[in-house]
Design a protein around this ligand. Structure first.
Ligand SMILES: C[S@@+](CC[C@H](N)C(=O)[O-])C[C@H]1O[C@@H](n2cnc3c(N)ncnc32)[C@H](O)[C@@H]1O
Ligand SMILES: [Zn+2]
Length: 274
């Protein structure tokens, strides 16, 4: 079984009639009708609705489903395929998976995806609910990256796209020789959007912080221009960390600009657990 109890860390066993899970100490976790498990005990919650808000999640889904980041998703799928042993099952965890876009893309874009066991974890319940509804054959849980309730050395690959890390947990959950695939923003990511917001836009440093005990295998930079329409630009803005700076006038300017082209810039890094 992949899961451990978030309260006492004992293995979780499936209760077949209800499809929920329980541990030997009688901690019990129901399966939601949408198919996900909530393994975030109230005592681990720092706020009532931790993680991204429902509005941010909806903006992210709207924007991603329009396909603007599909080229990057395709590169992720290519890296995964390149490092798979043909026909052997592979267990993949998307940490901080949000509404599940990359899990869905991996299923669509990877070869022989029926041999992939896809898992996703996020602290935001609304995001996991949306992810589980759209991809019933994947395994989604609500839990924190700080304490991921999976058995040690369960996964072959962990994917982290613009999400907070926990190095010790990544180290614990990956099999020996397991892979960590990280996407971080490149120096010019969303440059033209930022020009509306900041007086002077600074290039992002390329800063790939790998956990101790990992060795970089490859890194690639992918950049291309996108041309979102007015509504899609607003969705893109809402899913960025600088959205709160773009109020009133600035927001209007972004929305009204004609033919706005925006650079994307992603750094994809693959590392192996030693
Ligand atoms: C920028 S979003 C990226 C979502 C997704 N990877 C994507 O690119 O579409 C960051 C995600 O991390 C989640 N998150 C934030 N803190 C977290 C934590 N401690 N544990 C798990 N997820 C967390 C948020 O709820 C949000 O869905
Ligand atoms: Zn327990």
């Amino acid at each position: 079984m992949p899961y451990i109890c978030p309260i006492c860390q004992s293995p979780l066993v499936k209760h077949l009639p209800s499809q929920g899970y329980y541990c030997k100490n009688k901690h019990h976790f129901d399966k939601a009708k949408e198919g996900y498990l909530n393994l975030l005990p109230v005592q681990h919650k720092k706020s009532k609705q931790p993680g991204d808000s429902r509005a941010m999640m909806r903006s992210r889904r709207h924007f991603l489903e329009a396909g603007f980041y599909q080229q990057m998703a395709k590169a992720l799928a290519t890296i995964i395929d390149k490092h798979r042993t043909e026909n052997l099952p592979m267990r993949i965890l998307d940490m901080g998976c949000g509404e599940g876009y990359y899990s869905r893309q991996i299923e669509v874009l990877c070869n022989n995806s029926d041999t992939l066991e896809l898992h996703g974890i996020d602290i935001a319940k609304n995001a996991i609910l949306a992810a589980a509804k759209k991809q019933p054959n994947a395994h989604f849980i609500v839990a924190s990256n700080k304490c991921m309730p999976y058995t040690g050395e369960y996964f072959d690959l962990i994917l982290r796209v613009y999400a907070p890390s926990n190095d010790a947990e990544v180290q614990r959950l990956l099999k020996p020789d397991g892979l960590l695939l990280v996407v971080t923003p490149g120096p010019r990511h969303l440059w033209q959007l930022k020009e509306f917001i900041y007086k002077k836009v600074n290039q992002h440093e390329i800063n790939i912080d790998l956990p101790n005990g990992f060795e970089q295998m490859e890194s690639q930079r992918i950049s291309y221009e996108i041309k979102p329409d007015q509504e899609q630009r607003m969705a893109l803005l809402q899913m960025t960390p600088f959205a709160w700076r773009a109020k009133g006038e600035v927001q209007n300017n972004i929305q009204r600009a004609t033919g706005l082209e925006i650079e994307t810039d992603f750094i994809l890094t693959l590392a192996i657990k030693k």
